[in-house]
Design a protein around this ligand. Sequence first.
Ligand SMILES: Cc1cc2nc3c(=O)[nH]c(=O)nc-3n(C[C@H](O)[C@H](O)[C@H](O)COP(=O)(O)OP(=O)(O)OC[C@H]3O[C@@H](n4cnc5c(N)ncnc54)[C@H](O)[C@@H]3O)c2cc1C
Length: 254
Amino acid sequence: MTSSPIFPDTPAAERVRHELKRRALTVSAVERITPNMLRITLTGSDLADFPSASPDDHVKVFIEGPDGQAQMRDYTPRRFDRASCELVLDFALHEAGPATAWALAAKQGDPLIVGGPRGSLVLSKEIKRFLLIGDETALPAIGRRIEEAGPGVDITVYAAVTGPEEQQSFASAANVSLNWVYRPAEDAASAQRLLGALDDLNVAPGTYVWVAAEASVARAIRTHIVEKAGYPLAWIKASGYWLLGQADAHEKLD
Ligand SMILES: Cc1cc2nc3c(=O)[nH]c(=O)nc-3n(C[C@H](O)[C@H](O)[C@H](O)COP(=O)(O)OP(=O)(O)OC[C@H]3O[C@@H](n4cnc5c(N)ncnc54)[C@H](O)[C@@H]3O)c2cc1C
């Protein structure tokens, strides 16, 4: 007699709350890691108690809008080193927006106020299989998840970027399968290419599926995985990290 593994209805995870703080930081380095991805390292003693328990945490960066009004945008703590009090954020560059404009102009010594993270969704170490799907804005969380994964973990990634020049490489102890899907920047809100790449994909039970992209893309991928691959919704965390034509917009698709 054969038996198939039984997985719980929902992935084991703990929601951890953090004391909400604003931290005054200083830019210590700016590096263009690919033509359209700007890596900004921030330092400051305020980071001594910075909490970041999960690869898909987010902080709010406080910047000035074109009208001089304060604006906030969400960014992923791509890397954090408590010993050196260094926080790294990766900015996917696009045509407009105050956060993008701030990053493009940033130089060593510039100040930046960062708020949060407010909380973290910490997954159980028992989850050994991940399917991570997203666009450029998802790469910081995807890269961090890959780099922080231990041996015996399988991670499959489908990442939409504009071309080979935007590919990144990640060091990992895990088994990682990276699939780059190319589409022009003007098609960043079209799910077509990603859906094409996912067409024949079977999602094994017990896989934590994580999706982040433009909201309509994230929604289309989530629907595809539920309806075509027959995968349970509870094992999929999908988020709209930005909305086409709307500033300061994101969408939780739980
Ligand atoms: C939890 C979370 C974590 C995130 N982490 C990151 C991260 O680590 N790195 C990162 O780069 N982004 C990340 N994002 C996405 C980022 O917050 C948005 O892209 C944000 O809108 C950028 O702000 P902005 O001021 O540049 O543009 P906005 O002023 O918000 O928008 C201006 C215009 O640009 C468009 N736009 C916004 N983002 C994009 C884009 N990526 N591509 C094309 N057009 C766009 C909007 O539709 C709007 O028309 C994250 C979002 C969330 C919700």
